[in-house]
Design a protein around this ligand. Structure first.
Ligand SMILES: C[S@@+](CC[C@H](N)C(=O)[O-])C[C@H]1O[C@@H](n2cnc3c(N)ncnc32)[C@H](O)[C@@H]1O
Length: 225
């Protein structure tokens, strides 16, 4: 699959599985205490920033994590490439905002968000395309804003032709956490924390969670965080 065509396949595949994905993944965070801990830390960091910037849940799928963030007191909205996923999210969480769009070209002004979340949303992005997405994360984050990225750790590309009971046409990338961290750093973000946990019974790879922050603008002669 070429890097230019992957967005079409991702959109079509998730359009096909949206309803089944939402049904099967709905309660999945309940059995993942460490994942919830990273989301809670992210939410607390964003809230603690005190500026009240919204959080974009990029690749939000059916909106389950957007809603989880909302429950943690964060002003969250979702963006996804797949119109069917966005339709499911809007039906499931009518009080929240969901938009269709690619994470590397957001309809968001520069420097306004308190946080960006990519929760298993970069896993179909070829590693060579990650710098464009991460540059966009940096562009939309306010100084001091946070980025949390969750993905499968490893170093391989897998083909997925069936998922959630339907045919799909997807590449799934497992990526070394050190590579993702280096790319986020090159994009201008600073590492705050990382967690790599062992796979649960329903997983077959370690899971990585990287928390990064956009540096605050230094006053004249001052320190940059
Ligand atoms: C594995 S699902 C994760 C969904 C959601 N974050 C969750 O945890 O339930 C990946 C989602 O990312 C979306 N996605 C993948 N690449 C994207 C991109 N470049 N821009 C926007 N959304 C994307 C897909 O449409 C899909 O809904």
């Amino acid at each position: 699959m070429t890097e230019t065509s992957y967005l079409h396949s991702v959109r079509a595949s998730y359009d096909a599985v949206a309803v089944d994905y939402a049904r099967l993944l709905g309660p999945a965070l309940a059995g993942k205490p460490l994942d919830r801990a990273m989301l809670a830390a992210f939410a607390e960091c964003v809230r603690g920033d005190g500026r009240g910037g919204a959080v974009a849940d990029l690749g939000c799928g059916p909106g389950r994590v957007t809603a989880h963030l909302d429950g943690l007191g964060v002003r969250a909205f979702g963006v996804d490439l797949s119109p069917a996923m966005v339709a499911v999210a809007r039906r499931s969480y009518p009080g929240l905002r969901f938009e269709v769009g690619p994470m590397a070209a957001l309809d968001v002004a520069d420097g306004v968000l308190g946080g960006v979340l990519a929760w298993y949303a970069t896993v179909h992005t070829p590693p060579g395309e990650l710098p464009d997405a991460f540059a966009e994360f940096t562009r939309v984050l306010a100084p001091g804003g946070y980025a949390l990225i969750a993905f499968e750790a490893g170093d391989e590309r897998r083909r997925l032709e069936h998922a959630y009971g339907r045919p799909v046409d997807l590449d799934v990338y497992r990526t070394p956490p050190a590579l993702v961290a280096a790319l986020l750093t090159e994009a201008g973000l600073t590492e705050v924390a990382r967690l790599v946990r062992e796979p649960d019974a329903d997983e077959d790879a370690p899971q990585a969670f990287l928390l990064f922050r956009k540096p605050t603008t230094a006053p004249e002669g001052g320190l940059v965080l």
